[in-house]
Design a protein around this ligand. Structure first.
Ligand code: UD1
Length: 422
């Protein structure tokens, strides 16, 4: 098993170029299933999760070429089966995103129960309610889920989501593209990744309006065609590097990012005393010098609220500022597992249900810790950069699922991080 060894590194300085967004590219790749013609996706990050999605597409009959780094040509002309294998789906929750497109294109889809990060129960009831509303029959048996479209195909319908689930919005939107009639998704998720997917689907000939608002209208079309698309930059990766500058009291120019996508992170960093300024190519984050950084309260919410994926990296930062901060996690029910690990490094964080109280200004010490999920892993790396001694982080496969060239990018800005195989 590989590990990261992280040592106290001093202020991180320089430039980082943000990669294409993991959470955008996965639904885009799944959506290529809708087209009989080849689609080309650019700025595809090299990630374990992307590899899993490639394997799923190949396993159902897809052909994938990569003429240059970061560009995938995906040809789903011949779909041989409408079933995603257990060993692939169990490795990544986002595999479930193939269900909507398979159901739309083939009228049938069978997908095993999804795996992925262990951050709460993460049910899929909203996805299934959506497919059912479009007329599909849902069979849940053993550990698989099968959806079967009615005679004549899926039919457009109004669907209200009890919670603006990102995955359910994406899956239902994809399923509705080839449905007969018009579908409305109400209380839809508004994340930038939803807009990216709608833009790609529209390039393929879909008729989608309102993505990025809480009501999405999808007018069904008979077929879609191939399209080319560039993935949006990863706002969570950008947020992680913003926090890397903040926690190490460094100065970073973060390039190839959309500043609007990280507004809540910018606002909270500024509240804390960090300088965040618009730059020509992205954002300039400066926490250097003899400045006083203070506590800030965080409450995670669906977009445009504070992103749950940045909650744990932000908490690492809060352990280093003056005063007491309250962090409330409202999106996932069990996403404070990093607290125990940060406390092992000397942090003083108390939890009560989904709330954490962080007493700042603690001196962190290197320890052996576990990356309990993808973003928790990033949070521990950030803490390790300011902790005395060595922080040994295990189960780093979580981190490698979602951050492209992680050690390479961190080392280039002065981080003392090494990947070792045991
Ligand atoms: C996506 C992101 C993930 C991010 C999350 C919230 C991808 C690949 N992953 O995950 O990084 O943390 O959005 O921004 O894009 N829920 C239900 N029933 C459902 C679906 C979801 O109750 O059918 C609940 C979940 O348990 C969770 C909440 O809704 O508590 C949010 O989940 P959702 O928005 O669906 O997240 P994902 O799409 O899984």
């Amino acid at each position: 098993m590989a590990k990261f060894l992280v040592q106290k590194s001093g202020p991180l300085n320089g430039e980082v170029v943000i990669s294409g967004a993991k959470n955008a590219v996965l639904p885009l790749m799944a959506a290529t299933i809708l087209s009989e013609e080849e689609c080309v996706i650019s700025d595809v990050p090299q990630l374990k999760d992307v590899d899993v999605m490639k394997e799923i597409l190949l396993s159902i009959g897809g052909k994938i070429k990569s003429a240059e780094e970061g560009v995938l040509s995906i040809d789903m002309g011949n779909i041989e089966k409408w079933e995603a294998d257990y060993d692939l789906v169990s490795r990544m929750r986002a595999s479930f995103l193939v269900m909507g497109s398979l159901l739309g294109r083939c009228g049938r889809a069978k997908v095993y129960m999804p795996g992925g990060c262990t951050i709460g129960a993460r049910p899929i009831d909203l996805h299934l309610k959506g497919f059912e509303a479009l007329g599909a029959e849902i069979i849940v048996k053993d550990n698989f889920i099968e959806a079967i479209a009615p005679e004549g195909g899926l039919r457009g319908e109004s669907i209200y989501l009890d919670f603006p689930s990102v995955g359910a919005t994406e899956n239902i939107m994809a399923a509705a593209v080839l449905a007969e009639g018009t579908t409305y998704i109400e209380n839809a998720a508004e994340e930038p990744e939803i807009v990216d997917l709608a833009n790609f689907l529209n390039k393929m000939g879909a008729r989608i309006k309102g993505a990025g608002t809480d009501t999405i209208k999808i007018e069904g079309v008979e077929r879609v065609h191939g399209a080319s698309h560039t993935v949006i930059p990863d706002r969570i990766e950008a947020g992680t590097y913003m926090l890397a500058a903040a926690i190490t009291r460094g100065t970073l120019l973060i390039k190839n990012m959309v500043p609007d996508h990280v507004k809540p992170i910018t606002a909270k960093l500024r509240e804390s005393g960090v300088t965040v300024e618009l730059a020509d190519e992205g954002l300039y984050v400066d926490a250097s010098g003899d400045r006083k950084l203070v506590a800030a309260d965080i409450k995670t919410l669906p977009y445009p609220g504070f992103p749950t994926d940045i909650q744990s990296p932000f908490m690492s930062f809060l352990t280093t500022v003056e005063g007491s901060s309250t962090v409330i996690e409202t999106v996932f029910e069990n996403r404070l597992m990093h607290v125990a690990e940060l406390n092992r490094m000397g942090a003083n964080i108390m939890t009560e249900g989904n709330k954490a109280i962080v007493q700042g200004c603690k001196h962190l010490e290197g320890a052996q810790v576990i990356a309990t999920d993808l973003r928790a892993g990033a949070a521990l790396v950030l803490a390790g950069l300011v902790a005395s001694g060595t922080t040994e982080i295990s189960e780093i496969y979580h981190i490698e699922r979602g951050y492209e060239k992680f050690t390479e990018k961190f080392r280039a800005i002065g981080a003392n991080i090494m990947r070792v195989e045991e």
